[in-house]
Design a binder for this molecule. Sequence first.
Ligand code: SF4
Length: 246
Amino acid sequence: MTVLINNLVVDTPEHERARQLSAKYEGWNAESILRDAIDHEFVGQIALSSSFGADAVVLLHLVAQIDRTTPVIFLDTDRHFFQTLQYRDELVAQLGLTNLINLRPALEDVRALDPKNVLFQSDPDACCDFRKTKPLAAVTKDYAAWISGRKRAQAATRKAMQIVEFDGRNFKINPLADWTAQDVADYIRAHDLPPHPLVEQGYPSIGCFTCTKPVEEGQDARSGRWAGQDKTECGIHLSVYDGGGI
Ligand code: SF4
């Protein structure tokens, strides 16, 4: 992957490393990718970014089998469903994860930018920016790589996603890139893992309660996120050169 800065195509050693790792991991299963990334490629420099949403239990379970001390970053926007917060606490306890990092937006930003908690209506990008991107960007220096649960099948915007990406600042490891919704359901069933309680209420993708709706059967899984708006991503998965931070 290359990036564009001032109309110049930039291809760094990190982009080359991401390409090489993607080629190396092609055909590997998710557990093998994670084991290699955690125990070999990015020892002590890798964290799992988890939404504790509909599919999150898969990666949390896989990572817990490899190293329960792996940092698990949760972006606590103050706008989550209470079911998500309960689910987070239950999963962390059940899986024995010992390093949950709960990132909150800065209080001064809440007071200055969104004192009435309505910014998501008028400017959702700005809302995601101070509730998600900015808190996450503050800890990116602590890690070389992030594990993400994104999948190519989730949305048209993710179809070309590589197993390893470099966003200009950090590597993103996407061990579930080629997983389908059925693969996720099969894994959860095979390992008797608890589903997010909102899944059975029609939420295949779960974010803030203000910006998430249930979807009809057959619809794109992420179509309930910022439904009716152009917005499809919160910004944390955009390249830093796209203005999206990590
Ligand atoms: S998903 Fe909605 S409420 Fe949550 S941070 Fe983004 S715009 Fe704000």
